[in-house]
Design a protein around this ligand. Structure first.
Ligand SMILES: NC(=O)c1ccc[n+]([C@@H]2O[C@H](COP(=O)([O-])OP(=O)(O)OC[C@H]3O[C@@H](n4cnc5c(N)ncnc54)[C@H](O)[C@@H]3O)[C@@H](O)[C@H]2O)c1
Ligand SMILES: O=C(O)[C@H](O)COP(=O)(O)O
Length: 611
């Protein structure tokens, strides 16, 4: 198990550790009764994880060791500028051509891994990392070589470099298109072989011909733009592309069948996914114009290569120019590669000096940012949260996790948490609030205190699902100023008993509610009782008969125990009726002190909660 709770947490934990000067050698009363778990060291922070002996509640200590750096394994050649950036922050191990076994062995010592398309980052890699691997950086666009499901299950962020090689790939597509049309590769080889075959290598013209671009994303649209410049009539098929983007460069979006049936040239630019795998096959080749020419700089797997050989032999496809193959490198005797009407390059689409430097910088910045706890703008398996949104949501992120932690600790032992409802009240329009981050942190708060699983933004939804935890979300629209993204967050756990009966609301759920005040998360409701206590340190909730002297009695028991009270608030139904007192404490009270509080005659129930 990794002892890190999230990318951001490592910094928070480090900060709190430095402020409380925890050291492994420092004896601390909090350590008694705790069994030490394996030690893990990551980038500047050594985490000692302890587990309570009697209750399944993890407790973490973080110790700073300033010289420790994260380790980043660069498994494929990366531009120098990127490596330099990585070295400023981490120990960088550039080890190329690792076998799958060597990669699995090395990975357990690495916090991040950077690959291009030549390395398979399989489930075994994540399993072998035993939780240490936090980020996989794909120095390029296609992430079909990374097992995303396994990454997500292991809470490992995957980031890519989606923009820096777009132009290079588009230029290579155009290079293949023109080279194929004029038999450049074949003619070059024959001249070098001492031949002069001017009539054999008569080509075809591009001007006025129809080019169908399949996949009208970044590369596809750049290819389209360039092909228009060559005087081609360009159509495109992409079920997800906005029509106005196509219109803006004079491209008509059409159906797949129309695209392949009317094209003289087809250029492939979609990702390899389950739905695009072998999208060009016997059936679809049969629908094409006889003599069509095909360019593929996307992924080999989008073409059924056997079917393409047949279509080439039958003359349905006159020529193909391929940069990518189902298996790379393809077999030496591959019928496809050896076909006289095929032009092949060894996956060179992104291989320009400029693109490689750009990609290296793009991925290095993304990986370092992710290791520092920043949310990545190019995350592939986690929500991408723009920086300004994140700044606004930050205190609500903390509030969310604390409400989750509080709510789950109020559940009586033996009653499983299955159904949680989260309500966000805000004066902003629903579309203006991205709740994925908040939901992930609530999930983290709900799950971590009762398990050894670590939850972060990447694996929160997966972990909740795996544990049968159903989290529903509701937005309540409030009148008022939409200046703040949220007014309050409410977490309700249904169908459970509570160890603090007052936490059960009139409708029968455990209910906690919080707000952010001056940037600090506050608990503002427990069950039907309004309270107001800042969510720092730990908390004692106490239901009593409202009467004079209660605050004093509890306060002096805590003072005798040398426990500092940070906050106190009483919420009551009516004067001299029942009240709930919420007391924030900096230290954990001793068992004797808690027992004494429970023995005050007016106290009907109480609970101690760790935040
Ligand atoms: N040969 C190389 O070196 C090289 C370099 C860069 C990119 N690539 C590959 O090129 C492809 C495109 O890259 P990009 O940066 O343009 O990605 P992108 O995400 O910007 O564009 C992909 C487009 O494909 C579309 N798409 C998805 N499913 C589709 C389907 N079934 N039919 C039609 N369109 C579909 C998407 O809507 C998207 O617009 C990827 O496969 C990438 O790996 C290869
Ligand atoms: O998807 C990509 O970015 C390209 O296929 C480039 O891959 P490469 O970095 O392995 O050249």
């Amino acid at each position: 198990m990794s002892t890190l709770t999230s990318f951001g947490d490592i910094q928070k934990m480090a900060a709190s550790a430095s402020s409380t000067s925890l050291k492994p050698s420092t004896p601390s009363t909090t350590i008694s009764g705790l069994r030490r778990r394996p030690l893990s060291t990551t980038f500047g922070v050594t985490t000692l994880s302890f587990r309570r002996l009697h209750r399944d509640q993890p407790c973490r200590f973080v110790v700073l060791s300033m010289d420790a750096k994260p380790t980043i394994l660069v498994a494929e050649k990366l531009g120098e500028a990127g490596v330099k950036l990585l070295k400023e922050f981490a120990n960088v191990d550039c080890s190329y051509n690792l076998s799958p076994e060597e990669l699995c062995t090395k990975i357990s010592l690495c916090d991040a891994l950077i690959v291009r398309s030549g390395t398979k980052v399989s489930r075994e890699v994540f399993e072998s990392s035993a939780g240490r691997l936090k980020v996989v950086g794909r120095a390029g666009v296609g992430i079909d070589n990374v097992d995303l499901a396994a990454a997500t299950e292991h809470g490992c962020l995957v980031v890519n470099a989606p923009t820096a090689n777009t132009v290079a790939a588009a230029e290579h597509g155009i290079a293949l298109l023109t080279a194929m049309a004029r038999n450049i590769a074949q003619a070059d080889a024959s001249v070098k072989a001492g031949k002069w075959l001017r009539s054999k290598y008569v080509g075809v013209s591009l001007v006025g011909k129809t080019l169908a671009v399949l996949g009208f994303g970044k590369v596809g649209s750049e290819v389209a733009r360039r092909a228009k410049g060559l005087g081609m009539h360009v159509i495109a098929h992409d079920p997800y592309a906005p029509a106005d983007r196509a219109r803006a460069i004079g491209v008509e979006l059409v159906s797949f069948d129309e695209a392949i049936a009317s094209a003289d040239f087809i250029s492939l630019h979609m990702p390899l996914t389950a739905s695009t795998s072998k999208v060009l096959n016997d059936e679809t080749f049969a629908k094409m114009k006889k003599g069509v020419r095909i360019v593929n700089v996307a992924r080999g797997g989008v073409i059924d290569e056997e079917a393409l050989v047949k279509a080439l032999d039958a003359g349905i496809v006159a020529q193909a120019a391929l940069d990518v193959f189902t298996v790379e490198p393809p077999a030496k005797d591959s019928k496809l590669v050896q076909h006289e009407n095929v032009t092949a390059t060894p996956h060179l689409g992104a291989s320009t000096m400029e693109a490689q430097e750009g990609v290296a910088i793009e991925i290095a910045e993304a990986v370092v940012g992710a290791l520092k706890g920043e949310l990545a703008a190019t995350a592939v398996n986690a929500p991408m949260v723009p920086a300004q949104v994140l700044t606004e949501l930050k205190p609500f992120v903390a509030l969310s996790e604390k409400l989750g932690r509080l709510a789950v600790q109020l559940v009586a032992g033996g009653t499983g948490v299955k159904t949680v409802k989260v309500t966000y009240a805000s004066a902003r329009a629903p579309d203006d609030l991205d709740t994925r981050l908040l939901r992930a942190m609530i999930t983290k708060g709900l799950i971590e205190p009762i398990s050894s699983v670590f939850v972060n933004l990447v694996n929160a939804d997966f972990t909740a699902k795996q544990r049968g935890l159903r989290i529903t979300e509701e937005r309540v629209f409030l009148d008022g100023s939409p200046e703040s993204p949220l007014e309050l967050i409410q977490v309700q756990i249904a169908n459970v008993e509570s160890k603090f009966a007052s936490a059960i609301s009139d409708s029968g759920e455990i209910k906690v509610e919080g707000r952010v005040k001056d940037g600090i998360p506050h608990l503002t409701r427990v069950g039907s009782f309004e309270v107001d206590v800042s969510l720092e340190g730990s908390l004692i909730l106490c239901r009593q008969v409202d009467q004079p002297g209660m605050i004093g009695k509890v306060g002096s028991i805590l003072a005798e125990d040398n426990v500092n009270v940070s906050f106190m608030s009483v919420g009551r139904i009516a004067p001299r009726k029942q009240a709930v007192m919420a007391i924030g404490v900096d230290e954990e009270p001793s068992k004797q002190a808690l027992k004494k509080i429970g023995e005050i005659p007016a106290v009907e129930e109480f609970v101690y909660l760790k935040l």
